[in-house]
Design a protein around this ligand. Structure first.
Ligand code: GTP
Ligand code: MG
Length: 305
């Protein structure tokens, strides 16, 4: 039998290109939230793929774009740090869009890491015809400057097409190494962070315009009730931070209906992952311009690392 292989794989790309959806598909379980809004992912999240002959630690990163706020700068920095120490860089390029300055910028960034293997993943192939895909493929071959792609793989996470192929190609690019994480551990995300993310995902659903970018979530209190039931019972109080007073009404909805929906949806997700009953209290707080305020960014978990 060949030697066990392992290593770190960074997933990069423009916002909204399907990185987190792909990570979830490769891990085989939801470990990162996804949404149709750009810049859903804000922290580097590790998802672990366990196979008989290899372990791949996938690092899902925030979409790279031209930063407009301090938060934007911090997100790009997260990606830069993630690229420094990985064995494989996987760039997601959507089949249904064209590539321009955004992709060129990312390609120039990854070219600065000559030691890492590079995979171009063409995502969302279910959205285009075979002919279109073939043309896109040729274009992507030519996009690599100062390096050649080690692999180019078209996938659709939505219909699970070529996901297993991609997984084995990743395994093939890793070097002999140990199991870094125990079997069964699929993410390094602390439980509280994951709960905040599930609340944010629920709040992002159906959100429009500027709201998605303005939302961040913190847990104020989480405790387990000392009741004798068969399933544990948690009380969780969380705050949804927004940037402006005018956003409060949007989040609340008519007679608070929208916030209630967010709570119901998030609670169901949290109960599933904790395998427990949950009381979820959601509060709204205006943290003025938190994305531009270094002190608030720090407090909300986006400090300089
Ligand atoms: N049709 C189709 N849609 C997809 C596929 N993969 C992802 N999507 C959709 O694309 C949108 C963005 O997906 P995400 O996985 O959140 O994208 P991301 O690259 O992680 O985005 P950021 O974290 O914002 O950078 C979501 O609405 C997904 O449902 C796919 O294979 N096919
Ligand atoms: Mg993402």
């Amino acid at each position: 039998m060949s030697e066990f292989r392992s290593g770190f794989v960074a997933i990069v790309g423009r916002p909204n290109t399907g990185k987190s959806t792909l990570v979830n598909a490769l891990v085989g379980s939801k470990i990162a939230i996804t949404s149709p809004h750009p810049n859903t992912t804000r922290h580097a999240i590790r998802g672990i793929v366990h196979k008989d002959d290899f372990q791949a630690i996938l690092v899902d990163t925030p979409g790279i774009h031209k930063p407009k706020t301090l938060l934007g700068h911090r997100l790009n920095a997260v990606v830069g740090e993630s690229l420094d120490s990985v064995d494989v860089i996987m760039m997601c390029i959507p089949a249904d869009e064209t590539s321009g300055a955004g992709d060129d910028f990312i390609i120039a960034e990854i070219a600065k890491h000559p030691r890492s293997k590079k995979i171009a993943v063409i995502t969302k192939t279910d959205l285009v015809s075979k002919t279109h895909l073939a043309e896109r493929l040729m274009g992507i071959v030519g996009m690599a400057k100062d390096f050649t792609w080690d692999e180019i793989v078209p996938v659709s996470a939505a219909i699970h097409d070529h996901i297993d192929l991609l997984s084995s190609l990743i395994g093939g690019l890793l070097k002999p190494g140990p199991e870094f994480y125990p079997k069964g551990m699929i993410s390094d995300q602390p439980q509280e962070k994951w709960i905040c993310e599930l609340i944010r995902e629920a709040a992002l659903r159906d959100a429009r315009e500027e709201l998605p970018h303005s939302i961040t979530v913190t847990i104020d209190e989480m405790s387990q009730r000392e009741d004798k039931g068969t399933r544990p019972f948690y009380d969780i109080h969380a705050t949804i931070h927004i940037e402006r007073d005018s956003q409060r009404g949007i989040l609340l909805g008519h007679q608070g209906e929208r916030l209630k929906d967010i709570g119901t949806r998030a609670r169901a997700d949290i109960e599933r992952i904790l395998d427990a009953r949950v009381f979820l209290g959601l509060h709204i707080k205006v943290s003025k311009e938190w994305q531009r305020n270094p002190k608030l960014l720090e407090r909300l978990g986006f400090g300089e690392s």
